[in-house]
Design a binder for this molecule. Structure first.
Ligand code: BYC
Length: 315
């Protein structure tokens, strides 16, 4: 078939909600866009274990510790499904790790902020996982089959994460004066970075147009951000706390909340490697990769030994 015909057939499938599968023909740019987005998503899950992991040994009770351990472990699982989904597009896991470690691949800006108190664990669950769900529920219907299927399970787990975060904050919000202060302080620090997680505004988002045409994305960055603000502006009332935005106001005409200006300078500064924890996060990942070298070598040697043994037995 002619490339033009292949492209038409491909777009027809997309328009008719037929999933694209690994062995189907796809435009090279579609493949590259998916590798970029899925691998960056995977890196975000893995790097995302670090800020919360910081509190596992200091969780205030055994119950909180068990929940947090399970949550952080879930994030590792999400990373693994996503790396596997990206591998179906013809990139190896080693190559993806290399892109992360050399700074070629991005990961979510949000994980470059520090977790200063226990309340940060609650705020991450409520706001960061809350933002993640907003973005990921539509990805369950993304046009590439393996990515969409991975997202179904991820979303179920994320929704539990969001609730555990909210519940942890609710507990603090009904506690002592110090606990209430800690709760408000965490919300104040995590709010704007969470709003930024959705990426640049639509008129500054170079990838959105094609990703919408190919139904990789179902909503634009600004559409999802607005949904997130609308939900949180109501939920924060249940906590009896406030969001740090004096311009947050219900707009009857629009049927949405208006909100203040986003500090895009801060966003791009963090994305380009200069956030409060970028260096620390990457150094930790690189060290883990280097420290794990012997495990990878031993596993490979063992697999080869078994293969050789099986070959002898089969002969
Ligand atoms: N941080 O044209 P745009 C989680 C980059 S993990 C850093 O709008 P696109 C969790 C963007 O990559 C959450 N970079 O791009 C885990 C692009 O640069 P490149 C992660 C960002 O792809 C543990 C440039 O800016 N979720 O939930 O159309 C614990 C221009 O942007 C960010 C995902 O990865 C950012 N925030 O849209 C708790 C979801 N935003 O790549 C929770 C999947 C933008 O051209 N990804 N950039 O060099 C997506 O949905 C889309 O990739 C985005 C960006 C909406 C993020």
């Amino acid at each position: 078939m002619h490339v033009h015909d292949l492209e038409t057939t491909f777009q027809d499938k997309i328009d008719n909600e037929i999933r694209i599968e690994p062995k189907d023909w796809m435009p090279e740019k579609y493949r590259q866009t998916l590798i970029r987005q899925i691998s960056q998503h995977a890196h975000s899950e893995i790097v995302g274990m670090l800020p919360e992991g910081n509190w596992i040994s200091r969780a205030p009770s055994l119950r909180r510790k068990a929940i947090l351990l399970a949550k952080v472990q879930d994030e590792a699982g999400h990373g693994l499904y996503l790396y596997s989904a990206a591998e179906t597009l013809g990139i190896s896991r080693e190559e993806m790790y290399d892109q992360l470690h050399t700074g070629k691949a991005k990961y979510s800006s949000i994980f470059n902020y520090p977790t200063l108190t226990w309340a940060d664990v609650g705020a991450i669950g409520w706001l960061v996982d809350g933002a993640a769900i907003m973005n990921q529920v539509p990805l369950c219907r993304t046009s590439y089959g393996p990515y969409a299927r991975a997202m179904v399970r991820v979303c179920k787990e994320e929704s539990f994460h969001q609730r555990q975060g909210f519940e942890a904050l609710l507990h603090l919000s009904r506690g002592t004066e110090d606990q209430k202060k800690m709760c408000q302080d965490a919300i104040d620090r995590w709010w704007w970075p969470s709003v930024m997680m959705f990426g640049p505004s639509d008129d500054e988002s170079p990838n959105t147009a094609l990703s919408m045409k190919w139904r990789i994305k179902r909503f634009t960055n600004d559409e999802l951000r607005q949904k997130f603000v609308d939900v949180c502006a109501e939920q924060v009332k249940i906590l009896g706390m406030t969001l740090p935005d004096p311009d947050l106001k219900w707009n009857e005409e629009k049927g949405h909340y208006d909100f203040g200006k986003i500090n895009w300078e801060e966003f791009w500064n963090v994305v380009s490697g200069n956030g409060p924890c970028n260096k620390q996060r990457l150094d930790t990942r690189k060290k883990a990769w280097e420290n794990g070298a012997w495990v990878r070598e031993a596993a490979t040697a063992h697999a080869e030994k078994r293969k050789a043994k099986e070959a002898v037995q089969a002969a």
